[in-house]
Design a protein around this ligand. Structure first.
Ligand SMILES: [Zn+2]
Length: 140
């Protein structure tokens, strides 16, 4: 992973606590920047479905941290949906990827109840292959 990677310390400082959805948002954004060959902040439009309530909505802060797409700039949007789905569009060439969470990951997330559990899962997730929790679809 690149040396400009957002650290868990920075993520916690921004978001207030460390949880698995926050880290999943960081991983998803990292995948998008890499696959779409995008730079942070202005080159990407992000849409997120199914992350309207906590803790799932913590994902959105992870996405903002890793992609630099923010509510202030209007290049990230939250939409209603039953399941988590994230759609990234490279604004320069309109290439897109879609990420969905794998079902076995959702079950693992549902099993974490305590603050300690979610913090330790967050730390584990930060170090896995970013693609592991997701199903990736590419279309141009
Ligand atoms: Zn959170």
């Amino acid at each position: 992973m690149g040396k400009n990677r957002i650290t868990l310390k920075e993520a916690k400082k921004f978001h207030g606590h460390l949880g698995p959805y926050l880290v999943l948002g960081i991983l998803a954004g990292e995948i998008a920047l890499k696959k779409l060959r995008c730079r942070k902040y202005f080159s990407l439009k992000v849409r997120v479905w199914g992350a309207t309530k906590k803790p799932k909505s913590c994902l959105i802060d992870g996405l903002q941290l890793s992609t630099g797409s923010t509510y202030g700039k209007g290049n990230i949007k939250k939409l209603n949906g039953r399941k988590i789905k994230i759609d990234f569009c490279n604004l320069a060439n309109h290439k897109k990827i879609i990420l969905k969470l794998k079902d076995n990951f959702i079950q693992r997330l549902q099993r974490t109840k305590t603050h300690e559990d979610s913090e330790s899962l967050a730390k584990q997730l930060y170090n896995i292959d970013p693609l592991e929790p997701f199903i990736l679809t590419t279309h141009c």
